[in-house]
Write a protein that binds this ligand. Structure first.
Ligand SMILES: Nc1ncnc2c1ncn2[C@@H]1O[C@H](COP(=O)(O)OP(=O)(O)O)[C@@H](O)[C@H]1O
Ligand SMILES: [Mg+2]
Length: 251
């Protein structure tokens, strides 16, 4: 088994004439957290989407290069099987509106065969909601629908739904953008613990968050990774001028 959960080489993505990714090389070791930073529009979300082929749903997209995830070429495997193991939490909270809070989290656990009976299902749902600091707020209203939740609660619900699938790789696109600081810190702690069980790729445009969470960081700028390395090294001693500017908030 490869030491890497993700191996991307020379990935080029073009959307209707626009070069969004222009030759990305990236390796992510198993059981680590890679944080991808970069200004808006640099291609972070697109890069995440190529990893579980959510790019299939973008009209006029052209993807070239090699993307190997969990030892398999993503372009030759069944995308549904891929997305059971590689789960993405998108920037915009998107809970299933017609399903209760409980069922939103229970569904992936059922689909992935994580729970064998009602009791186990309840345990997984509770575990996932606790990991994202939502359990105490919803434990007495599990049969309510997500529209009754605040934006931050909906985002945490989507994180819990992803965890309940027990994925091998978790892709997080600015997962705490709508969440208050104290819950954000606790969720970051949960992520640090969870990496014992899975591999995490997280996008943020907040360097402070990257410092707290990342094992490795990569800086994406205009479709290219301009710098990549162990988090401490990159933060203490950025080698690239663009990284320097980004960390100083100048871009
Ligand atoms: N579905 C799409 N259709 C057209 N342009 C897109 C699409 N997805 C991304 N892009 C373009 O690709 C560039 C990178 O977008 P994105 O990956 O969302 O960047 P980031 O997440 O870093 O802000 C942007 O210029 C964006 O407009
Ligand atoms: Mg984005």
């Amino acid at each position: 088994m490869s030491a890497y959960a993700i191996e991307v080489s020379n990935l080029r993505v073009r959307v209707r004439g626009l070069d969004v990714l222009r030759g990305v090389d990236l390796k992510v070791r198993r059981n680590t957290i890679l944080v991808i930073m970069g200004p808006s529009g640099s291609g972070k979300s697109t890069l995440l989407r190529t990893l579980n082929r959510l790019t299939d749903f973008i009209d006029g997209i052209n993807v070239e290069g090699s993307v190997v995830v969990l030892g398999r070429d993503v372009f030759t495997i069944d995308p549904c099987e891929l997305r059971r193991k590689v789960v993405l939490v998108s920037q915009e909270p998107n809970p299933f509106p017609h399903m209760t809070i409980f069922d939103n989290v229970a569904l992936p656990a059922k689909l992935n065969g994580i729970a064998r009976n009602k009791q186990e299902l309840y345990e997984v749902v509770k575990w996932a909601l606790e990991k994202v600091m939502l359990w105490d707020e919803v434990k007495n209203r599990l049969r309510d629908y997500p529209h009754s939740l605040s934006g931050g609660q909906r985002q945490r619900l989507c994180l819990a739904r992803a965890l309940a699938a027990k994925p091998e790789i978790l892709l997080l696109d600015e997962p705490t953008a709508n969440i208050d600081p104290s819950n954000t810190f606790k969720i970051e702690e949960s992520l640090r613990e969870l990496r014992e069980e899975l591999t995490i790729v997280m996008v943020t445009h907040m360097p402070h968050q990257a410092v707290r969470v990342a094992d490795h960081v990569a800086l994406l700028y205009d479709g290219i990774i301009v710098e990549e390395g162990p988090a401490k090294e990159v933060f203490m001693n950025p080698k690239n001028d663009i990284t320097n500017k980004f960390l100083r908030g100048a871009i």
